[in-house]
Design a protein around this ligand. Structure first.
Ligand code: KIV
Length: 268
């Protein structure tokens, strides 16, 4: 597989400095985040965060492609990766290839993310051989969870820890350019990060990962339906929106908005 310049740059960050990744689903968000992120993920979390669905399984091709196109309109430098939606790649390597090609052809993004371990190493190998950049996602796999209460941390037993290590190794050998590790107990995630040949990106995993990813709406305090323990809020935009809406309400009701400068007048 021939790596694009962006993928090569991303991989070169391993061991140089921590890698910064966030989700983006819209053009203005991509514009705001681009200068601060190495990777923007058009995650299927969009189904929960923007559409109010209970799980990520409600995301479909049209949703992922539309949001991918929006993000690509405003990205400048960051790598843009799009989640293949649940049900679009698991059946066979050929199904995964057709789905990845469709998403990349219609958006122009840099690569796709697939959830799964050694079970999808054959799928990843075919994509990589076909020149498609793949980001892996192991550990807690939201596409396999049927309700919010089903989110479960992994790596607690010796069997789980060994499986996760085997997954990371199989996927790296198959040609992924990075591995997202979600909801994995810290020592297991740290050990995988230390032994993995490609960048590892943690989410509820370990500071020893090569980088971190969170859902942007979580760090902004915009998504309030469910806040996992691994989230840190860096802003409280739900509250700020309420404050702004209340000020607008007051201005409209009191007649202080609109003012002369907001109006259109006959030309002199
Ligand atoms: O869909 C998503 O946003 C993700 C990240 C949380 C890793 O998969």
């Amino acid at each position: 597989m021939v790596d694009s310049a962006r993928i090569t740059q991303f991989k070169a960050l391993k061991g140089q400095r921590k890698i910064v990744c966030l989700t983006a689903y819209s053009a203005p968000m991509a514009h705001a985040l681009d200068a601060h992120c190495d990777l923007l993920l058009v995650g299927d979390s969009v189904a929960m965060v923007l559409y109010g669905m209970d799980t990520t399984q409600g995301a479909d091709f049209d949703m992922m492609i539309r949001h991918g196109q929006a993000v690509m309109r405003r990205r400048q430098n960051a790598l843009v990766i799009i989640d293949l939606p649940a049900g679009s790649y698991e059946n066979s390597p050929q199904q995964a290839l057709a789905s990845a090609r469709r998403v990349l052809d219609e958006t122009g993004a840099d690569g796709v993310k697939l959830e799964g371990g050694s079970d999808i190493a054959g799928h990843v190998a075919l994509l990589a051989e076909s020149g498609i950049a793949v980001l892996a996602h192991i550990g807690l796999l939201p596409q396999h969870v049927s309700s919010k209460s089903g989110f479960r941390i992994t790596g607690r037993t010796a069997e789980e820890a060994a499986q996760l290590a085997a997954d990371a190794s199989a996927l790296s050998q198959a040609g992924v350019f990075g591995v997202v590790m979600e909801g994995i107990i810290e020592p297991v995630a740290a050990s995988i990060a230390a032994n993995c040949s490609v960048p590892t990106i943690g989410i509820g995993a370990s500071p020893a990962c090569d980088g971190q990813i969170l859902v942007t709406d979580d760090i902004l305090g915009l998504y309030d339906a469910f806040t996992p323990k691994f989230v840190e809020k860096f802003a409280d935009l739900q509250n700020d929106i309420g404050v702004a809406a209340a000020a607008f309400h007051k201005a409209v009701v009191s007649g202080t908005f609109p003012q002369k400068q907001h109006l259109f007048w006959p030309k002199k």
